[in-house]
Design a protein around this ligand. Sequence first.
Ligand code: ZN
Length: 80
Amino acid sequence: MDFRLDPSAEPAELWEPQGASYYNGELILQPQQRLTQQQKLELLDWHPMFTGKCPQCGASFDRDYTSRVHWDCKCGWMDD
Ligand SMILES: [Zn+2]
């Protein structure tokens, strides 16, 4: 007997990652739930989580900014 797992075996149910669905046997990503690479790069560019600065007035956030969940600046800008 050969007990090795068959690499070509199909799982009993189609696995659907979060944010995607199968339509007609094809895995379709739901774009509104995923940032495109471009959107990610833009976020890296301006969001204070990455820059440490308010995108509106440029004021620096506190040094512990990487652990923040809610962002609000004294200029009125906020993201929470
Ligand atoms: Zn600001």
